[in-house]
Write a protein that binds this ligand. Structure first.
Ligand code: SF4
Length: 327
């Protein structure tokens, strides 16, 4: 099945309704990333790439602009255009010109979700400066825990990421900077980041970055590693309280599992393809798919049956329930 670089709408617990842009195409089964996170919802990265120069399937500015031009007429009430998708968007060095191109044809604010790995590069920071909001993942202030959770390609170091985030906050023209703290637990003693010591260190380091907002969340989709588990809500609330005390309630958001059903004003050209595109980028429950597209279970059921019987998607059961993903 053909996949698109523009996909959506994505109904996100953090960003509301957004249209997703994937700036690096998945090359066959190969996932382009310089991390291999234990919590990744897209599964393992077999071969980690060192940087933008090694990316296969980089999308061009023209493809993104054309894609947005033809897609955005089909949807209203978007909260964001979000650059994310099936890999790390800053690995595409045309990101800045893509954002400029998108802003010329659509009024919605642009958000980039990044794993923070390349923020020590000046060219990457100036690309991100074109966005309205950058949400950068930051899981630990300790190098060992950072390495255990992200399993980065050789050459990426936490101290450089911290310097990159500080430099971004100091830029004269810059987007709003949000830090996403993905908290994980484990079932086998694997190093995790929700302990009191880890939180103390995280707070200490984040004070040197001084982000505009901080989002605290945990795993909600089936992770790459079976031994990784979500942090319990009660512990998430305790941790959020510590962040509230240090950074103020206005800056701290705790993202819990509840996903409100959103109203869709999207006209669907090919719902089957759109469902497949969504599941290629992120596993979803049946209810999440209905909410993302604003459709009823009666509309979705025959599509899911068809995609499952053709082995285009599979059903997986995790601690959080049954999910569907592209096979
Ligand atoms: S979670 Fe993001 S950064 Fe981590 S391996 Fe998956 S795609 Fe890469």
């Amino acid at each position: 099945m053909k996949t698109r670089i523009i996909y959506g709408p994505i109904l996100s617990r953090r960003l509301g309704r957004s249209l997703g842009v994937d700036v690096i195409k998945k090359a066959g089964t190969k996932k382009n990333c310089n991390f291999d996170c234990v919590y990744c919802q897209l599964g393992h990265v077999d071969y980690k790439i060192k940087g933008p120069e090694e990316v296969e399937g980089a999308v061009t500015t023209e493809e993104v602009v054309e894609g947005i031009r033809s897609f955005h007429r089909n949807i209203e009430n978007l909260d964001y255009i979000t650059f994310s998708g099936s890999c790390e968007p800053t690995l595409n060095l045309s990101l800045g010109s893509m954002i400029r191109g998108v802003k010329q044809i659509i009024d919605q604010p642009v958000c980039v979700l990044t794993n923070s790995s390349l923020l020590d590069r000046e060219d990457v920071r100036s690309n991100l400066a074109e966005a309205d909001l950058v949400i950068a993942t930051f899981v630990s202030g300790n190098e060992d825990t950072f390495r255990a959770i992200h399993r980065p390609v050789e050459g990426i170091r936490l101290d450089n990421i911290i310097k990159g985030l500080q430099a971004m906050k100091d830029m004269e023209k810059r987007p709003r900077l949000g830090i996403e703290i993905m908290l994980v637990d484990s079932t086998n003693g694997y190093p995790v980041n929700g302990t009191d010591e880890e939180i103390t260190k995280l707070i200490e380091v984040l004070k040197t970055i001084d982000p505009d907002e901080i989002e605290i969340l945990t795993v909600s989709r089936p992770p790459a590693e079976k031994f990784i588990a979500p942090v319990a809500d009660i512990r998430l609330k305790e941790i959020a309280h510590r962040f509230d005390e240090e950074f103020g309630r206005d800056r701290v958001k705790l993202v819990l599992k509840v996903l409100k059903r959103g109203k869709s004003s999207m006209q669907h050209e090919n719902l089957e393809e759109e469902v497949y595109d969504l599941l290629l980028r992120r596993p979803c429950t049946f209810e999440q798919i209905c909410a993302s597209f604003g459709i009823s279970s009666a509309q979705l059921t025959p599509i899911m049956e068809k995609l499952i019987s053709s082995n285009t998607i599979i059903r997986i059961v995790s601690e959080n329930g049954a999910y569907y993903k592209a096979s």
